[in-house]
Ligand binder design. Structure first.
Ligand code: VGL
Ligand code: ZN
Length: 207
């Protein structure tokens, strides 16, 4: 089975010291680098928000980071400003090998809706085209690493599995942010329920 490696949001703002830091987030970089040569298709997503993005607590009069609010009819966790277009925080971690990345999916561009998944926005109103790209490339399975395990990895894996891809999340290559206690456990349940497999070790069967 032809498998793609999806690198989810391996960006500076999600690294220790970043504006939306994930504990030990930089640990995913060497794992991603080791995996890339094993795949003939490598695709990265990049959270890519305009400064007025509605997921930023700073753009709400009454909201604080990590509180739950609302955005255009959808429940929305408010985040610190992060991954602003063209900022250093939005760049991929400098240690990430970028040469093998053949396509970059940018998401979260519309200020009125967030996009955790690399496949579609949180309301499934607009798709990114990743699904069609993978199918055009003959990909039937996807292996996922990146950040954050319980946010963008979770929603990307659920969408991938629901789109019919044989979906595996490579746990040594993800780290969670746990904005609310229990988010990582809930993410694991949601991913498994959608049909994704969670791997404790790096796979060696990809091509
Ligand atoms: C993410 C929160 C907000 C992620 C993106 O990449 O997991 N989390 N935007
Ligand atoms: Zn974001």
């Amino acid at each position: 089975m032809k498998r793609a490696l999806l690198l989810v949001d391996i960006q500076n703002d999600f690294m220790p010291g970043g504006s939306l830091a994930v504990d030990d987030g930089d640990a995913v970089v060497p794992v991603a680098n080791r995996l890339m040569p094993r795949y003939s298709v490598v695709i990265a997503s990049q959270d890519w928000h305009p400064p007025n993005h509605g997921s930023f607590a700073s753009n709400h009069d009454d909201g604080k980071p990590f509180e739950v609010s609302e955005l255009d009819g959808l429940e929305q966790v408010l985040w610190p400003d992060h991954c602003v277009q063209n900022s250093v925080g939005a760049e991929f971690h400098e240690g990430l090998h970028q040469a093998p990345i053949q396509h970059i999916v940018r998401k979260g561009i519309d200020p009125m809706i967030d996009s955790y998944s690399a496949f579609a926005d949180n309301g499934h109103r607009r798709r990114t085209g990743l699904d069609g790209l993978l199918r055009a490339l003959g990909v039937e399975g996807v292996d996922i690493v990146g950040l954050a395990h319980d946010v963008c990895v979770r929603f990307t894996a659920v969408d991938a599995a629901q789109a019919g891809f044989d979906t595996r999340v490579i746990l040594p290559g993800t780290r969670g942010v746990e904005a609310q206690t229990g988010d990582i456990e809930r993410a694991n349940t949601a991913m498994r329920d959608a049909g994704a497999e969670l791997l404790d070790e790096l796979p060696d069967d990809a091509k």
